[in-house]
Design a protein around this ligand. Structure first.
Ligand code: ZN
Length: 471
């Protein structure tokens, strides 16, 4: 990668004005590191434009001078999608100052926000209007809407509300030649040809720079009930989900699987946690239902859990008696990743298979990784209701961490081969970035890669937008 000429950098600084850039190494540092520490990049300049017009001027100048740009939101990527390469030949484009809520249309159930809005602030703006913006992910207090869109973020409420793609009605995008596409429509119905917004959602900043979006809002749930149930295994968890959908009363809004080892690690390392049930069990489900009236929803949930127990799908269960107890149940689920760090090396796979094949996946993937590294502790948890499992082989107790992590490629290959064989995806919600760029080529049909490359050539012929990521 070539160094960027000083005159180009000067012009970029001039476009954004004195408050809109950073180049001091200490100021630039936070934009160069992926938070898990897998990647550390370099860049002579971080641009922080304050308007769509400034973004457009930046991109136009980069196009003229063939200067590569790396768009960045809250920099919470797990796959290296939002940081520059090590060569220092790219400019980081932070959208963080485009952080206005432009409009709330409560009767249309929409909110129009800029790309740099923090997800939690959008949730709060929706709540202030008496509505719900339902995207719920662990990084919500720091991730930004532009990144959520560029990675098609998923999380804990996809089962009920869909992923970011499903929550988006319109976009404003700066194209690679600096033109602005104003597609900020708040329409539920619009059959006027190609749905252009979907080209940019999940594109990881390689086709255009998203600057604003019209997002869907929903009614705030009248009642929420949260249960923690012990189940015989993943197969029974999937059957329990079907039963809960059929007779739950309200709607199942979250359905997460937790293995005993995940619970044990949380209890050992995360202060303020307790085992919700009296006896130990192999597997658990964290189930959330919303809707209906409070008392009725709870009664329906109790009836459903009783029926599930009669069928042998549930061994024991507790329903949270307060919001604080529900938060305690969610605290267990949300700390499974964090708790593993205290036990040494963990290999991260984020896969999806059809819900009907999740149990087979967990059994076969577990057998495959323990055959490769005997003693590996399999931590398989997460959004089983979406078929999305965070499959994290954890090093055998007492094994050298580096020696275990040295097996990363063989372990992920075995897991990904199985995922592919079961009709699944090797990246369910974290994207491709740098980490899985080669890997998607292994599993996608050549015709699909050709279609993606054709879109890239058409929209960014000089390859200035986030080069080397995704494709
Ligand atoms: Zn997740």
């Amino acid at each position: 990668m070539n160094a960027i000429p000083a005159a180009v950098l000067d012009e970029l600084r001039r476009i954004v004005g004195p408050r809109g850039w950073a180049s001091d190494p200490a100021d630039v540092e936070p934009y160069l590191v992926e938070w898990r520490g897998l990647y550390r990049g370099a860049a002579p300049l971080v641009l922080k434009p304050a308007s769509t017009a400034e973004v457009a001027a930046i991109v136009a100048h980069c196009r003229r001078t063939k200067t590569p740009l790396v768009p960045q939101g809250g920099n919470t990527s797990l796959v290296g999608g939002s940081i520059p390469f090590e060569g220092g030949g790219e400019v980081v484009l932070s959208l963080s100052r485009l952080n206005r809520v432009r409009a709330v249309d409560a009767l249309n159930d929409t909110i129009t926000v800029e790309a740099g809005c923090v997800l939690a602030d959008v949730q709060a703006a929706a709540a202030a209007a008496g509505r719900l913006f339902p995207l719920r992910i662990a990084s919500e207090s720091s991730c930004q809407i532009g990144g959520n869109l560029s990675t098609n973020a998923g999380g804990n409420a996809v089962l009920r509300y869909g992923s970011m793609r499903d929550l988006t009605l319109g976009l404003e995008v700066v194209l690679a030649d600096g033109r602005v596409w104003d597609g900020l429509r708040g329409l539920r119905k619009d059959n006027t040809g190609y749905d252009v917004k979907h080209w940019f959602i999940g594109a990881e900043g390689t086709l255009g720079v998203i600057t604003a979006a019209v997002l869907k809002l929903f009614p705030q749930p009248q009642a929420i009930e949260t249960a923690f149930a012990a189940v015989p295994g993943p197969a029974q968890a999937v059957e329990l989900l079907a039963l809960a959908k059929a007779m739950g009363g309200g709607q199942v809004s979250a359905f997460e699987i937790v293995p005993r080892i995940g619970l044990e690690l949380v209890l050992r390392y995360i202060p303020g946690t307790a085992d919700p049930l009296a006896a130990a069990h192999g597997w658990y489900v964290l189930l959330e239902c919303t809707g209906g009236k409070g008392g009725e929803l709870r009664a329906d949930l109790e009836t459903m859990l009783g029926a599930a127990a009669e069928r042998g799908l549930v061994l024991d269960a507790t329903i949270a008696a307060s919001a604080a107890q529900a938060a305690g149940l969610w605290k267990i689920r949300e700390n499974i990743s964090a708790a593993q760090k205290f036990e040494g090396g963990s290999i991260k796979c984020d896969i999806a298979v059809p819900v009907s094949r999740v149990a087979e996946f967990i059994a076969r993937a577990g057998a495959a990784v323990t055959a490769l590294v005997p003693g590996t502790r399999v931590v398989a948890f997460g959004h089983i209701g979406d078929g999305n499992i965070h499959f994290n082989p954890l090093q055998p107790a007492g094994m050298d961490k580096a020696a275990f992590l040295a097996r990363w490629d063989d372990v992920t290959r075995a897991v990904h081969d199985l995922t592919h064989a079961l009709g699944g995806s090797i990246s369910a919600e974290h994207g491709v970035g740098r980490l899985k760029r080669e890997e998607i080529r292994r599993y996608k049909a050549p015709v699909e890669i050709e279609l993606m490359a054709a879109l890239k050539r058409a929209l960014d012929p000089d390859g200035i937008l986030n080069p080397g990521k995704l494709l």
